[in-house]
Design a protein around this ligand. Structure first.
Ligand code: NAD
Ligand code: MG
Length: 358
């Protein structure tokens, strides 16, 4: 699995990864009209027989019914083991298409052309595919690696500003957990990112994919280091769920959650002193640094005021990170170095949450 720079209209971008005679492009009713034509033209130029399936747009359609829609089309087209399923869209299209590729004739080649920043930096690389069940998100799925993740920054031109910012939150995450040079680079290039400068976006996307691939290679099934990718996500999931899914975008909730995780790390006394900290307040500059960077992307840097300690604890305790009653959190030992641990003073967790209620 490789994340490679690509151009959606260029046959050469697909040639090494799309074998077989047939290809089914799965997209949705928003992205299809924008980009499917150039993808089809490029694949046709390679001699492929190409079909396009447009699913309805929305997380609520990442379900078994739409999975069947894909499988039905694959059967009707008589796709075989060499045929390629190509996902053209955001994380929703990527997750459901990947799962279809994993199960159709026990697995067919799968290629991703992600069209949201979040999908490039977070969901396309890593091999997790899934659909939702009425009783839980992503509960039915498989680990299945794409042959390639084609990274084309120009398709982000049509993405709305909130979706772009939500993806930036996950890029900042890689900086915070393991990539200080990326964090420095973001501080120098945030305006270019917001302006969708293709070179800037491509740099951020490839750096993020490389970080995710390195973490996943070390720990594909999330036994250890992969969990550091959840920085800000335990607090964030509580915000997303309590506010009603879709009210806060995932990346927005993660942004506020990351600030909370860094603030909690500071309160635990884990962040090393920095010359710009006020006397006796080690870590304050690090918290301000994270807040300032996220705010420049237009992201929230604190949870909504309506989120009480009780609300947080209710939603965090049902989070996947609870193992045998112990709430594991991703915290920072320093900016650029994350740990997953249940070994912290619970009072500090409560104090951190209550601090944001004032
Ligand atoms: P999404 O796929 O719903 O896309 C967001 C919106 O942007 C949609 O309305 C979509 O139609 C639209 N859109 C996509 N590309 C566009 C473009 N270029 N121009 C204009 N509009 C465009 O949401 P997302 O944030 O990309 O992904 C969220 C999904 O990803 C969730 O289902 C989540 O569970 C999943 N996810 C999976 C993983 C993983 O490891 N597999 C990781 C993170 C998230
Ligand atoms: Mg995420």
């Amino acid at each position: 699995m490789a994340a490679t720079p690509a151009a959606a209209h260029d046959p050469a971008s697909y040639a090494p990864y799309v074998g077989g005679d047939k290809c089914l492009v799965v997209t949705n009713t928003t992205v299809g009209p924008l980009y499917a034509e150039q993808v089809v033209a490029a694949l046709t130029a390679l001699g492929k027989t190409v079909s396009v399936l447009e699913l309805p747009d929305g997380e609520e359609y990442k379900d078994m019914q739409r999975l069947n829609t894909i499988l039905d089309r694959a059967m009707e087209l008589r796709l075989d083991r060499k045929s390629t399923l190509l996902a053209l869209g955001g994380g929703v299209v990527g997750d459901i298409t990947g799962f279809a590729a994993a199960v159709y004739v026990r697995g067919v080649p799968f290629v991703q052309l992600p069209t949201t920043l979040l999908a490039v930096v977070d969901s396309a690389v890593g091999g997790k595919t899934a659909v939702n069940h009425p009783l839980g998100k992503n509960m039915i799925g498989a680990f299945y690696q794409p042959r390639a993740v084609l990274v084309d920054a120009t398709v982000l031109a049509t993405l709305d500003d909130r979706q772009l910012a939500a993806g930036i939150a996950e890029v900042v995450k890689y900086g915070l957990i393991r990539d200080l040079p990326l964090l420095d680079w973001l501080e120098a290039n945030m305006e270019a990112m917001i302006a969708r400068d293709p070179a800037a976006l491509e740099h951020a996307m490839l750096a993020s994919c490389a970080n995710k691939a390195a973490v996943v290679a070390a720990d594909e099934r999330e036994g250890g280091v992969r969990a550091t990718l959840n920085l800000g996500h335990t607090f964030g999931h509580a915000i997303e769920a309590a506010m009603g899914y879709g009210t806060w975008l995932h990346g927005e909730a993660v942004a506020a959650g990351m600030v909370m995780a860094v603030e909690m790390s500071r309160r635990l006394g884990w962040l090393p002193a920095h010359p710009s900290d006020p006397p006796g307040e080690a870590g304050t500059a690090a918290v301000r640094r994270v807040e300032a960077l996220l705010a420049r992307a237009g992201l929230p840097v604190r949870p909504p005021p309506s989120m009480t300690l009780e609300t947080f604890m209710t939603y965090m305790s049902v989070d996947k990170k609870v193992e045998s009653g112990v709430l594991k959190l991703v915290l920072l030992r320093r900016v650029g170095d994350a740990v997953v641990t249940a070994d912290y003073d619970k009072e500090v967790l409560y104090d951190t949450i209550m601090y944001y209620q004032q």
